[in-house]
Design a protein around this ligand. Structure first.
Ligand code: ADP
Length: 605
């Protein structure tokens, strides 16, 4: 076989192989338009090589003209793929240059079939013999077709487009790409165009066209560029894997479980730590239903609400919830997550991190239990202070019951007892018994150890109960206890016993502050009023000496007391209780005399 046939066949075979390899690559990733352009360029080059081999071996003028005519089809395809590659791979600018160049090329393709024997010649007069690689090949001679100028203008525009894209790529800092890809492509296009210009206008007589060699140059440069990209992508994948491993290591060290949920296919990819936290086996298929099934039934709705809210507001979310593990154990989890959206605002995936907070939650609950125990002990101690006066409160109705019972006995001993009077006495006995029973009930409520129970409360009733417990004490200490509660005050939300405990502490402190003052000026005023923004404010004001300015905050600290019998826990416990109710307990000195303690409670609604 002669060397020209070998070389040109090899060019065609190599290009077809490259095209066959790259077509499936593009098929799998339709975004890779540069790969599609490369596939088209390689296929066109193979076609150009095959037709050109036919030209070089041509022995008849007619066959030469016909083959040259059809040769312009793959050349046009080659130019389209070259423009497309430059557009996607280089930082192309001025696309109208490419559009103009390709438009002229398509016009010239029509002229190729409609004028002369083809776009190059009006007539081919004869074929010369030319020696190429030691072989005799055909070289044309004839009358040039003037329409050829249109085709060549198209090539010039495309070469300018490539040159401009190369300059822009250089300016944007991709200098290696500009030199190795941009300059090379421009060179091969310009060189091929120059050779065609010289041969077909007859400026170099009796020379053959070897366009395939330049076209092969273009394919090699494109292939090189794609291979460099492939290498870079591979390096990026390795880098990414390394970063992922580092991130997983850091997450494991911090005991964080990491997860990503692909929303469309409802698939969750998670780290081993996350699976361990949620009680899933490694490799077990996990979707939203399985995760929701693990979450404690009381926390599920709140968790789902957070997710919906995050999706609606295009933001992140934070949540704390309990898991029920397959072995029945409870685990507290704190989760932090974010939802990613595509350009059209559709939720693509959510991802986040989880951490086990069971130990913290247990400590918090233990602290709460301790606080409740301290509050209970303090209540018992306050009731101890009131005990002797409360005993008096109970003794009074009991004494009255006894006296009424004796009177009834005397009446019944008469021959005609007055039954109406007996009835009135029994009514009195019933009322006195009820009074004594209420005092015992109130005491029992205050002394009982119990869990926090938030409920709607009527302020008037709560204050009334406290006043009833303190009535005897206030009377014994000659203190005027005034209550002012508007009838239309809305219900507040709180724990009845704890709010009563706060009021007892404040009123007893106020009464203590009055010790040593003369009887006329000993009063404590308890007022409840509606506040514009914060619900209901309750204040306890006294007419005592007030609090030294530098002690206004200190008195709320534990164990701060000025009393010989005091332990200094009352205000600290009261502030804790008010804060659990979402309010704040403050002290201030009155404009005249005495101090006022205020706190707020949220409305029940
Ligand atoms: P205790 O009653 O055991 O002293 P508290 O925490 O209830 O503990 O009170 C701390 C201190 O705050 C009291 O010792 C007193 O000095 C001061 N205090 C509380 N209420 C008043 C008041 N109404 N007027 C003046 N001082 C007060």
């Amino acid at each position: 076989m002669n060397p020209v046939t070998v070389v040109w066949s090899m060019i065609a075979a190599a290009c077809l192989t490259l095209a066959a390899v790259h077509l499936p690559v593009w098929w799998r990733n339709r975004e890779a338009r540069a790969t599609l352009a490369f596939t088209l360029a390689a296929t066109s080059t193979a076609a150009i090589a095959i037709l050109e081999l036919q030209l070089l071996n041509s022995r008849s003028v007619a066959a030469y003209a016909e083959t040259l005519k059809w040769g312009h089809v793959p050349v046009a395809l080659m130019m389209i793929s070259l423009a497309a590659f430059a557009y996607h791979y280089l930082d192309a600018d001025w696309p109208w240059l490419a559009i103009g160049g390709l438009a002229l090329r398509l016009v010239s393709l029509v002229l190729d079939f409609t004028t002369g024997v083809n776009i190059n010649y009006l007539e081919i007069t004869r074929l010369h013999d030319f020696t190429l690689l030691g072989e005799r090949v055909a070289a044309p001679e004839g009358v040039p077709n003037p329409w050829m100028a249109i085709a060549q203008l198209g090539v010039i525009l495309l070469a300018l487009f490539l040159a401009r894209a190369t300059v822009m790529t250089w300016r944007r800092g991709r200098r290696a790409v500009a030199v190795f890809v941009g300059c090379s492509l421009t060179f091969y296009l310009a060189a091929g165009a120059c050779q065609a210009f010289l041969v077909y206008w007859g400026l170099v007589p009796a020379a053959p066209s070897t366009l395939s060699l330049f076209s092969l140059g273009v394919v090699v440069v494109m292939g090189y560029a794609l291979s460099v990209d492939l290498l870079r992508a591979r390096r990026l994948v390795l880098d990414l894997r390394e970063r992922e491993e580092e991130a997983n290591l850091a997450a494991d060290a911090a005991n964080l479980g990491i997860w990503t949920r692909y929303i469309a296919r409802d698939e969750i990819r998670a780290s081993d730590k996350w699976r361990e936290l949620f009680g899933f086996r490694p490799g077990e298929q996990v979707g939203t239903d399985q995760v929701l099934a693990r979450i404690h039934v009381d926390d599920r709705a709140t968790f789902a609400k957070r997710l919906t809210q995050a999706a609606r507001e295009h933001g992140g979310y934070q949540s704390e919830f309990r898991l029920v593990l397959p072995d029945g154990r409870l685990r507290w989890i704190a989760a932090l997550g974010r939802i990613d959206f595509d350009a059209r605002g559709r939720a693509l995936r959510s991802r986040g991190a989880c951490i086990d907070i069971t130990a913290r939650k247990n400590t918090e609950q233990e602290m709460l239990r301790l606080r409740q125990d301290i509050a209970h002990v303090s209540r018992v101690s306050v009731m101890g202070q009131l005990a002797s006066n409360l005993a008096h409160e109970i003794n009074q109705p009991l004494g009255a019951i006894l006296r009424n019972a004796e009177a009834a006995t005397l009446i019944l001993q008469k021959p005609a007892p007055d039954l109406q009077e007996i009835d009135a006495i029994l009514e009195d006995i019933r009322n006195d018994d009820q009074r004594a029973g209420e005092v015992v009930d109130r005491m029992r409520t205050m002394l009982r150890r119990r869990e926090l129970a938030m409920a709607p409360l009527d302020c008037g009733q709560v204050l009334g109960d406290v006043a009833a417990l303190l009535r005897a004490d206030a009377a014994a200490r000659h203190v005027g206890l005034e209550l002012a509660v508007p009838a239309d005050l809305p219900a507040v939300r709180g724990d009845r016993v704890q709010i009563q405990q706060v009021l007892l502490n404040l009123i007893l402190n106020a009464m203590d502050a009055l010790d040593g003052l003369d009887d006329q000026s000993r009063f404590v005023a308890v007022t409840a009023r509606r506040q514009e923004t914060q619900g209901v404010e309750i204040s306890v004001a006294d007419s005592g000496p007030g609090i030294p300015a530098d002690q206004l905050e200190r008195i709320f600290e534990p164990f701060v007391t000025t009393k010989t019998q005091g332990i200094g826990m009352g205000l600290s416990i009261s502030r804790g209780i008010v804060e659990t109710h979402g309010g704040r307990l403050r002290a201030e000195n009155n404009a005249g005399r005495g101090a006022t303690f205020r706190f707020t409670l949220p409305l029940a609604g």
